[in-house]
Design a protein around this ligand. Structure first.
Ligand code: IPE
Ligand code: IPE
Ligand code: MG
Ligand code: MG
Length: 372
């Protein structure tokens, strides 16, 4: 079915190595290397913006276990083609990497020698759900670029994009059900509901200068952190560790997810479309008031007038962006991202020291380095 042809992928213009995350059954890379080496490698890979190789057997993580979805795909070549389009565009594959790292870190905890097929399938399902959410998000945000390429709705039209996203949500739910773990099924089903809540929350507060930081964080939880938290907790559940460890892994994913969204919102102000592989500077122009703006509104009353006029005057959007940058909005958002990152790292304390735990810390630090 949906094949994540991921032999060489970019990590949002830099790369992520799945072998280093332990996705393979003989994922020896981390085991062979010292903890320090692992962290160095995580940093090097992310920082140096290198192309990286994925294991070929993961690269072919095809989901071909039953007839029903296959038959559906054959009957729906347009949806298949739309799905292939966005998968083959790459993406960082951060969520499956987290699934593998938590799987490894927690498997070690209970003396589990190898990852299970459930761990691997969970990683595939999570990336499928994430990608479906991006297709829908791009429709709502009217974005024309994703992962450095034209978006699905731009290429195939809105109707196909909506259906392709639905199709991928449905497919992932079907594979999820086949894992036959009620706790994980409930956990991930909630995430799909949360996406809708997050998008509705965002759409209903566009250009609303009274939006508070707490509301922004709740929306960010729904849109982003919920899936990452479910990924990391789900991986721990499949390792069979105690429920308190599963809960810590949930908190790790949640706070990393919040930090990740704050960083993404800062990058929207500070990076170019070329660097991001998606439109830059678009949140504010569409009325999506993110952390840097919420902080800036506290300092610069004039910003409210400009935003509430929905940038009707020529040059007012540029003026607003400059005000956000010059009044310390970005710096305060950076501090917020760091605060959440610290909480994520704290949650890892329940794990035994290992190369995988260090790599999980490395993921949090890497995310912050994107805004240094
Ligand atoms: C984009 O997620 C959506 C956000 C949560 C900000 P990613 O930045 O992980 O997107 P890809 O998968 O690498 O393209
Ligand atoms: C996250 O929010 C999107 C989803 C989790 C679906 P954004 O709207 O900030 O994501 P980008 O910037 O379009 O990738
Ligand atoms: Mg978006
Ligand atoms: Mg964004």
């Amino acid at each position: 079915m949906l094949s994540m042809t991921s032999h060489n992928l970019e990590f949002g213009r830099s790369g992520l190595d799945f072998v280093a995350c332990g996705c393979s059954s003989n994922a020896s890379y981390l085991v062979r290397n010292s903890s320090k080496g692992v962290l160095r490698r995580v940093k090097y890979e992310f920082g140096a913006r290198k192309w990286l190789c994925f294991r070929r057997d993961f690269g072919s993580c095809r989901v071909v276990s039953t007839k029903t979805p296959e038959a559906f795909v054959n009957e729906n070549p347009v949806l298949m083609s739309a799905a292939e389009q966005i998968f083959s565009a790459g993406g960082k594959r951060m969520r499956p990497a987290l699934v593998f790292l938590v799987s490894r870190a927690t498997a070690e905890f209970v003396g589990l020698k190898e990852l299970t097929k459930e761990h691997r399938r969970l990683a595939e399902i999570i990336e499928m759900i994430h990608t479906a959410s991006l297709i829908h998000d791009d429709v709502l945000d009217e974005s024309d670029m994703r992962r450095g390429q034209e978006t699905v709705h731009q290429l195939y039209g809105t109707r196909v994009a909506v259906l392709a996203g639905d199709f991928m949500f449905a497919q992932s739910s079907w594979y999820l059900a086949n894992l036959e773990n009620l706790e994980v099924i409930k956990l991930i089903s909630q995430v799909i509901k949360d996406f809708a809540s997050g998008e509705i929350k965002q759409a209903s507060s566009l250009f609303d200068c009274d939006v508070e930081l707490d509301e922004y964080l709740i929306k960010s939880y729904y849109k982003t952190a919920s899936l990452i938290a479910a990924s990391t907790k789900g991986a721990a559940i499949f390792s069979g560790v105690d429920s308190d460890v599963c809960e810590h892994m949930y908190q790790y994913g949640k706070n990393l997810g919040l930090s990740f969204q704050v960083v993404d919102d800062i990058l929207d102000f500070t990076q170019s479309a070329e660097q991001l592989g998606k439109p830059a500077g678009s949140d504010l122009s569409k009325g999506n008031l993110t952390a840097p703006v919420i902080f800036a509104l506290e300092k610069v009353p004039r910003l409210r007038d400009i935003i509430e006029s929905e940038f009707c005057e020529t040059g007012s959007l540029d003026e607003a962006i400059e005000l956000v940058k010059s009044c310390g909005g970005i710096e305060r958002a950076q501090n917020l991202a760091k605060e959440k990152a610290d909480l994520a790292i704290k949650s890892l304390q329940c794990l035994p020291q290992s190369a995988f735990r260090l790599a999980l810390e490395g993921m949090v630090k890497y995310n912050l380095e994107r805004i240094d």
